[in-house]
Structure formats: structure tokens, C-alpha cells
Design a binder for this molecule. Structure first.
Ligand SMILES: *Cc1c(COP(=O)(O)O)cnc(C)c1O
Length: 381
């Protein structure tokens, strides 16, 4: 399918190509000096004490949970309006996701009131997800966590560079996890990062990401160590040097790309506000967004399937973020959850429009024109 405007687009420039070919010529391909540089640069950028690069964000979330000592018998509060990996990482560790509702139709992140109501004696942590790159109400979430002695994990897959009250997403709780998957704001194809200010968590993540070993191939190559012990049941969640080199080059462009995404988001808001048949979440959001997604919410009288088909016929790719996790066959069976009215309403009526830094004002006009046309065709009543 050739789209007039695709949902997302990656841009790899000469900087990324040069960086990756330098690594390929260097003779050292897995986690080494380039990865260390990427980690230091990412830690400095986010303002966290530690940054540990891993193979993807799902691995990052799994390691964050393990590092906190969360496992069998423990519960963690999570949103259901998220990518399935957020909840799956808990299931890998043997812990139980407790799904809590989102705030409502203007803010698709965890509702602090719903979190508070979901607390049981077995809950150990709250895992938030900054939907679309809009930081959720962390002051309220942190206050609840503090009152109940819970840890806070941020799934910041959408939010590299997003900030609230001068602090960056990923550094607002105990531990933050980022994704560098192909469609994220900063991409290495596949990749992820764990950030934390806590030395104990960083040490645990560092050991678990590479087989539970006390020294790495790189250290032995450097002559720093001759042998190693295995002190935990670890994993191979390492990143490689090619990806880290892409990450360094992409990090240089992140601020500019995020700024561009915010500008495009502003054009959309200007063009679409007041259009009958839809509402625009986050247009009064507090904080600096990384504007990963551009979500709209269709009114009840619009057939979403028809709307998306009409957009497709006009050459515009759209998507849904997200089918709620508690409604999947697997999760209905293994971690059933009560009704989540806001999550289910948004899950049934949300549509994501194209958003990527290379979009022009004309592309936004094209999409907005298509939205108006598709809305009138998809009206059911
Ligand atoms: C992309 C994404 C993930 C998973 O990231 P991977 O790097 O693909 O493992 C997790 N959570 C959210 C919210 C995501 O968008």
C-alpha cells in the first residue's frame, strides 16, 4: 500500500550511516565503548544518575520489575490502555497486573483516584505509561506511592524528552524504561534503556541484563578481569554497538524532532478543533510533550471502522492506540479485570492520525481535509 500520508516515518541521515559503518569497521560489535558513551549521553540528557542500554523496552520493563524484587504473589497497578508489553513484563516475573482506569476523555493516562482505589495489601508498585508522550500526573501518583510505600515504574516508551515541572520523563519515579523501536521518537530499530537514580537498581539491572555475570566480555577484553561468577539467574538483554551508535546519532536530533512534532500537533489542533464528531485529548496538557502520537477521539455517533476505511481510501494511514490489554483473549483468561469504563470507551473510539517530524503543513491540511470528509461519511445517526 502506498500512502499519501503514512502513520509514521523514520529518517536516517548520513550521521547514522557513518556511525554504524564506523562500528562495523572497528571490530567490536556488542556492548562496549560505544554503548557506554550512549548510556552516558542518555543519562546526561534525561538527568538521571544511571542509564543502562538493553535490547528493547520490554526487556527494560522486565529488568526494572526484577530489580525491584517484584515477583510471584506481588501485584502491580498498570493501565490497560497501553501496549501489551507493559503488562506482559509483569507476567514474565510471575507478578499480577492490576488494571486501573485512565483519567478520562481528555487524558488517557492512569487516573490517580483509580490507582488509589486499586491498592491492596499485595500491591508493590505503580507502573505508569506516559500515553502519546504526555507526562501523566506524576505529583499525584508519587504522593500515593509515598503514602503506601510503593515503588513507581515509568513506561516512558512514548516519552523520551518529555518533561513535567523541569524534570524529564523516566526520572519522575524509581525507575524509567524507554523504547528505541522503529516507530518511536528515538530509534535504533530495536533497543531500549533503563534509567534510575538508585544505585541498587542500576547494579541489579546491569547484572541481570547479561546472564547474571559479574564481569563482561568487554571488561575481560580490556584486561580488567580474567574470570567471572554468576550471581543471579540473568538474561541476554544486551544491546549491540551498531544500535548504540545509531542511538547516539538519534539522541543528537531528538530535541529538534520533538519540537517539530509539537509544532505539527499545534497545527492539527488549530485545524481540527471545533470539528463536529471528534474531540482532541491533551490540548490543555501541562508539561512538555514528546508528541509521540496524535490521538483523536470520535464521538459515539461515528462508526470508527468506516472512518478508518474512508481515511484509507483517501490515502491516509491511521491506527488505534490501544485495544485495551484486559480485553485480549490471553489476558481475559490469565489476569481478568473488572469494567474500566473510560479505558473501554477510549479503546473503542480512539483513532491515531499520522505524526512524524518530516510532515509538512500541507500534509496536515491533507489529513485534516480527509478527517472532515471521512467523519461525514462515517456518521451513523
Ligand atoms: C513500544 C512500546 C513498548 C515496547 O517496546 P519494545 O522496545 O518494542 O519492546 C512498551 N510499552 C509501550 C507503551 C510502547 O509503546
Amino acid at each position: 500500500m502506498r500512502w499519501k500520508v503514512p502513520l509514521a516515518d523514520v529518517s536516517m541521515g548520513p550521521e547514522e550511516l557513518d556511525a554504524a559503518s564506523r562500528v562495523l569497521r572497528s571490530g567490536w560489535l556488542s556492548m562496549g565503548e560505544v554503548t557506554s558513551r550512549f548510556e552516558r549521553a542518555f543519562a546526561a540528557y534525561t538527568g538521571s544518575r544511571h542509564a543502562l542500554a538493553v535490547s528493547n523496552a520490554t526487556a527494560a520493563l522486565h529488568l526494572a520489575i526484577l530489580a525491584l524484587g517484584i515477583g510471584r504473589g506481588d501485584q502491580v497497578i498498570v493501565p490497560a490502555l497501553t501496549f501489551v508489553a507493559t503488562a506482559n513484563a509483569l507476567l514474565y516475573a510471575g507478578a499480577e497486573p492490576v488494571f486501573a482506569d485512565i483519567t478520562g476523555e481528555a487524558d488517557f493516562s492512569l487516573s490517580p483516584a483509580a490507582v488509589e482505589a486499586a491498592i491492596t495489601p499485595r500491591v508493590r508498585a505503580i507502573m505508569v505509561m506516559h500515553y502519546g508522550g504526555y507526562v501523566c500526573d506524576m505529583p499525584a501518583i508519587n504522593a500515593i506511592a509515598q503514602r503506601h510505600g510503593l515503588a513507581v515504574i515509568e513506561d516512558a516508551a512514548h516519552a523520551p524528552g518529555a518533561a513535567l515541572d523541569g524534570k524529564k520523563a523516566g526520572c519522575l519515579g524509581d525507575v524509567g524504561c524507554f523504547s528505541f523501536f522503529a516507530n518511536k521518537n528515538l530509534t535504533t530499530g530495536e533497543g531500549g534503556m533503563v534509567v534510575t537514580d538508585r544505585d541498587d537498581l542500576a547494579e541489579r539491572v546491569s547484572i541481570l541484563r547479561s546472564h547474571g555475570m559479574t564481569s563482561l566480555t568487554w571488561d575481560r577484553h580490556q584486561g580488567h578481569a580474567h574470570t567471572y561468577d554468576v550471581v543471579a539467574l540473568g538474561y541476554n538483554y544486551r544491546i549491540d554497538e551498531m544500535r548504540s551508535s545509531l542511538g547516539l546519532a538519534q539522541l543528537e536530533k531528538l530535541e529538534e524532532n520533538n519540537q517539530r512534532r509539537r509544532e505539527i500537533t499545534g497545527w492539527y489542533w488549530e485545524r481540527l478543533s471545533g470539528l463536529p464528531g471528534l474531540s482532541l485529548p491533551y490540548c490543555r496538557h501541562r508539561g512538555i510533550a514528546s508528541a509521540h502520537l496524535f490521538p483523536i477521539l470520535l464521538e459515539a455517533g461515528i462508526d470508527r471502522r468506516r472512518f478508518m476505511d474512508e481515511m484509507k481510501a483517501l490515502g491516509i494511514q491511521t491506527s488505534i492506540h490501544y485495544p485495551p490489554v484486559h480485553q485480549f483473549s490471553y489476558h481475559r483468561q490469565h489476569c481478568p479485570a473488572g469494567p474500566l469504563p473510560h479505558t473501554e470507551a477510549v479503546g473503542a473510539r480512539e483513532v491515531t492520525l499520522p505524526l512524524y517530524p518530516a510532515m509538512s503543513r500541507e500534509d496536515v491540511e491533507t489529513v485534516a481535509g480527509a478527517v472532515a470528509a471521512a467523519l461525514s461519511l462515517a456518521r451513523t445517526g
